[in-house]
Design a protein. Structure first.
Length: 97
């Protein structure tokens, strides 16, 4: 926690320390990657595509059901990720050490 406060104070005064800036940048990239990987709209589109492929006979019923199960699980995770404040979650994980 003291590191977070120190980092905020340094940023207020416009002081930049390269290692901390790099950590911040990596955290931003990580957050964007998580949001991109678990985008509910993209997963919903994949579910629709899976349904269309089945209706057109491009995939079997088993393939359709297996893919649908995987996509539904991913959609549940995506909704949880969307509801989670990534900054607060990471603070909770980092306060232990």
């Amino acid at each position: 926690m003291p590191f977070i406060i120190d980092d905020i104070i340094l940023q207020i005064f416009g002081i930049s320390i390269p290692p901390f800036d790099m950590i911040w940048l990596l955290e931003q990239i990580r957050d964007l990657a998580i949001q991109e990987a678990y985008d509910p709209e993209k997963i919903s589109d994949a579910i629709k595509e899976n349904d269309i492929l089945y209706e057109l006979g491009e995939i079997t019923k088993e393939e359709h059901e297996q893919t649908l199960d995987e996509l539904m699980e991913k959609l549940k995770i995506a909704q949880r990720v969307r509801e989670t404040d990534l900054e607060r979650r990471m603070d909770v994980l980092n306060t232990g050490g």
